[in-house]
Design a binder for this molecule. Structure first.
Ligand SMILES: NC(=O)c1ccc[n+]([C@@H]2O[C@H](COP(=O)([O-])OP(=O)(O)OC[C@H]3O[C@@H](n4cnc5c(N)ncnc54)[C@H](OP(=O)(O)O)[C@@H]3O)[C@@H](O)[C@H]2O)c1
Length: 190
């Protein structure tokens, strides 16, 4: 939670990962085995509730904004915070998160974070109020992109989330072998 100019922002991450906590394969694409219809429907509904969705340039380009949602796209090529025809664009090396949010979602509200990896990393440092993590246990993605850059042999995504103050608060089976866990801070409301 962040309050700017009297407006509150809540930060919620969303990801679907393989059993080895990968969001994309070695080519950088999300494998079909990580496309679970119930997860997709739930994810889209959550994005509809958001004031702004924050994603990396590759995810933005790979997923056209057909719903016309308010997007904030990270890129090292953006000049600070810029309004372009397709989205707000943000370069964190040139402008602060406060500046990016004040421009893209001036009234506050839910900030939905669909990633990818560096974007998920950045908001670990900011602090997630919640993280919606679906895991497809029997899928393995060798050499894929991890959910967080620190996910590897030593620890998985659950340990990273726990180390950043989140706890599993709800668990739901979305499909055979696919489980959603909603991680929340101890102070976060449902
Ligand atoms: N399974 C899932 O839940 C999930 C979630 C997210 C994404 N994906 C998939 O994963 C693939 C892409 O993920 P990805 O992690 O490789 O890429 P990504 O986050 O979508 O995009 C990476 C790009 O975003 C920009 N960026 C990210 N963080 C930045 C920062 N702190 N400062 C400046 N620029 C930053 C950079 O753009 P520039 O090169 O322009 O500087 C970087 O090359 C796509 O196929 C996507 O659909 C899956």
């Amino acid at each position: 939670m962040l309050v700017l100019g009297g407006h509150a922002y809540r930060f919620e991450g969303h990801a679907i990962v393989s059993g080895d906590d990968r969001i994309a394969d070695a080519s950088g694409a999300t494998p079909p085995s990580l496309r679970i219809e119930a997860d997709w429907v739930r994810f889209q509904a959550a994005l509809d509730q958001s004031a702004v969705t924050v994603l990396g340039r590759l995810g933005h380009e790979a997923n056209p904004n057909r719903a016309g949602r308010n997007r904030l796209v990270l890129s090292s090529a953006a000049r600070g915070v810029e309004r372009r025809g397709d989205a707000w664009w943000w370069n964190p090396a040139e402008a602060s998160l406060d500046q990016a949010l004040s421009a893209s979602a001036p009234e506050g509200g839910l900030v939905a974070i669909p990633g990818g990896m560096r974007v998920f990393d950045l908001f670990l440092a900011v602090g997630y109020d919640a993280f919606h993590l679906t895991r497809v246990a029997d899928v393995s993605v060798p050499d894929g992109t991890p959910l967080f850059s620190t996910v590897g042999r030593a620890h998985g995504a659950d340990e990273v989330l726990a180390a950043h103050g989140l706890r599993p608060a709800a668990r739901e089976r979305l499909a055979p072998g696919a489980w959603l866990t909603i991680w929340r801070t101890d102070t976060a409301t449902a």
